[in-house]
Design a protein. Structure first.
Length: 134
């Protein structure tokens, strides 16, 4: 079972840099926000929590108790908790960026996609996350 731990505020920048190097501030983080905006009309910005996985994976999710109505290009329509919504946004982002020509970015994103995908199977909303992202 993969477990998660919230990244403390004072360690967020360093942790993200350890995972993504120079790619976190651009294009990874802004792409996650763009995906969030595209997937849900309910999303209007806000603070996101950073999560470190014990398999060296990483994701971020809106720090709210709200749920998000999601409409995906694959036909999925449903409601996701903020945590599940963040996971879906990260999976979309990691997948899309794994096809970039820059091998440093592509490899990091492909690796993070697979590490986060392992965690999804232990998540209470695994079925909906998988339906939203497959």
């Amino acid at each position: 079972m993969t477990t998660r731990m919230m990244v403390p505020t004072e360690k967020r920048v360093r942790h993200a840099a350890e995972i993504f190097g120079r790619y976190f501030s651009y294009p990874v983080e802004p792409t996650i926000y763009t995906v969030a905006d595209r997937l849900s009309a309910d999303y209007g910005g806000g603070y996101w929590a950073f999560w470190a996985l014990d398999n060296q994976g990483f994701y971020m999710a809106p720090d709210t108790e709200e749920t998000f109505s999601v409409i995906c290009e694959n036909g999925f329509e449903g409601s996701l908790s903020a945590d599940a919504f963040g996971i879906a946004c990260c999976l979309y982002t990691y997948s899309n960026l794994s096809f970039q020509k820059d091998p440093g970015l592509a490899c990091r994103c492909a690796e993070q996609y697979h590490r986060l995908r392992v965690y999804v199977y232990d998540h209470p909303e695994a079925e909906d996350i998988l339906r939203a992202t497959d």
